[in-house]
Design a protein around this ligand. Structure first.
Ligand SMILES: NC(=O)c1ccc[n+]([C@@H]2O[C@H](COP(=O)([O-])OP(=O)(O)OC[C@H]3O[C@@H](n4cnc5c(N)ncnc54)[C@H](OP(=O)(O)O)[C@@H]3O)[C@@H](O)[C@H]2O)c1
Length: 260
């Protein structure tokens, strides 16, 4: 049933796209997909060469399989141009995963209380964590209009679950991931009509040892802090088992469904 299943890979080339591939979980997905002989093409996006040296170094090893494309996902024009470059090369995608996300940067820390709420920061969280995925869904839609099994996934976060929120805090991050979940649920309903072979999901990766989680790792038990490679393997296991009826749902790294 999966986009990667044996029958599918024998009958057609499998093309994949990783958005937010410069580092962290996105780079882990690129490495894994490149090493998988069932995959024909890996398109990988990055925002700036400065943080993408690990990704760009892979092009020498996989010149025919890996194509890196520069895109800042808060800019719709750049997303449209990026998709235009992919469409100039192929007319079908079978797997796209948006791994770009923001929790903190040099100018922004997750809010501990209402006193720290700030319009610009909230807007920035939504631009990167919510709106980018729906813009991608809009522009990638033509590449999913085919008859082969496909998956469009976005990395969300368990803290974006409204039902699971007992602690508060992290207003912008939590709300932007909740909005992502709603937007992708909507996309799943529209894709079911326009690209019925494409399963649309959001995924919680578990706490993973990347730059994003590093300042918040001290209370995480070692066995609950995953390496990037482990997270990618776990998420791909979930993705490979997805059924058409799973479209529009929010899954954790262990395959369980998370509450909205
Ligand atoms: N790590 C965890 O424990 C954890 C837990 C739950 C959910 N998540 C989610 O998992 C996803 C991946 O996170 P990660 O841990 O791999 O984080 P990371 O190492 O900080 O990587 C974040 C990625 O997002 C990209 N990005 C940020 N803003 C962008 C923009 N405007 N345009 C294009 N790309 C942009 C970054 O590109 P640059 O290099 O250019 O900045 C980088 O590739 C995120 O959605 C995150 O919320 C992570």
């Amino acid at each position: 049933m999966s986009f990667l299943d044996a029958n599918a890979s024998q009958s057609h080339p499998i093309n994949t796209l990783v958005i937010g591939a410069s580092r962290g979980i996105g780079l882990g997905f690129v490495e894994k997909l490149l090493s998988d002989s069932r995959i024909n093409k890996v398109y990988a996006t990055y925002r700036t060469p400065e943080s993408a040296s690990g990704l760009l170094a892979l092009v020498d090893a996989y010149p025919n399989k890996l194509t890196c494309i520069l895109v800042d996902i808060i800019d719709e024009k750049e997303i449209a141009e990026c998709v235009g470059k992919i469409r100039a090369d192929t007319d079908k995608l079978h797997f796209a995963i948006n791994c770009a996300g923001l929790l903190h940067d040099e100018n922004l820390q997750p809010e501990k209380s209402l006193r720290q709420i700030n319009l610009d920061n909230l807007t920035h969280y939504f631009q990167i964590n919510s709106i980018a995925s729906v813009l991608l869904a809009k522009h990638l839609q033509p590449l999913f209009k085919h008859k082969e099994n496909s998956v469009f996934a976005s990395i969300s976060a368990k803290v974006g679950s409204i039902g699971d929120n007992q602690l508060g805090g992290w207003y912008g991050y939590r709300a932007s991931k909740a909005a992502l979940n709603m937007l992708m649920r909507n996309v799943s309903i529209e894709y079911a009509r326009t690209c019925p072979k494409t399963i649309v999901v959001t995924l919680h990766p578990g706490t993973t040892d990347t730059n994003l989680s590093r300042p918040f790792q001290k209370n995480v038990a070692p066995e609950k802090l995953f390496t990037v490679a482990r997270t990618v393997n776990q998420l791909l296991t979930v993705i490979e088992k997805l059924k058409p009826s799973d479209t529009g749902h929010f899954f954790s790294w262990d395959g369980s469904k998370l509450p909205w």
